[in-house]
Design a protein around this ligand. Structure first.
Ligand code: FES
Length: 106
């Protein structure tokens, strides 16, 4: 599957042949700048991304736990998600997201 990832400074990376289980793992496997400090345990909020609005309806809505974690991240928007909670499937082939500024390591 393919993913389009925009980083915190607007550079777009096209990831092809993605087979990772989650969006966070796909971004990290590609060596992009995403902190994801807790490794996907839903306890850090540093895998925060903005989903392109055209893709939003195709995602399974966030759980109460994910939503609670999003409440404490910086710069939450209507299309905010935690990338470790997005399971990749063929329905998401072509998914476009932007890494939130607070989730990029410096
Ligand atoms: S990697 Fe920590 S909440 Fe997603």
């Amino acid at each position: 599957m393919k993913l389009l990832i925009t980083n915190e400074i607007g550079q777009v990376s096209e990831l092809d042949g993605v087979s990772a289980r989650t969006l966070m793992l796909a971004i990290r496997d590609a060596g992009l700048n995403l902190t994801a400090q807790c490794g996907g345990c839903l306890s850090c909020g540093t895998c925060h991304v903005y989903v392109n609005p055209t893709w939003w309806p195709k995602l399974i809505p966030p759980t109460e736990f994910e939503s609670g974690m999003l409440d404490v991240v910086d710069d939450r928007r209507e299309t905010s998600r935690l990338s470790c909670q997005i399971e990749l499937s063929k329905e998401l082939d072509g998914l476009e997201v932007t890494i939130a500024p607070g989730s990029a390591f410096s």
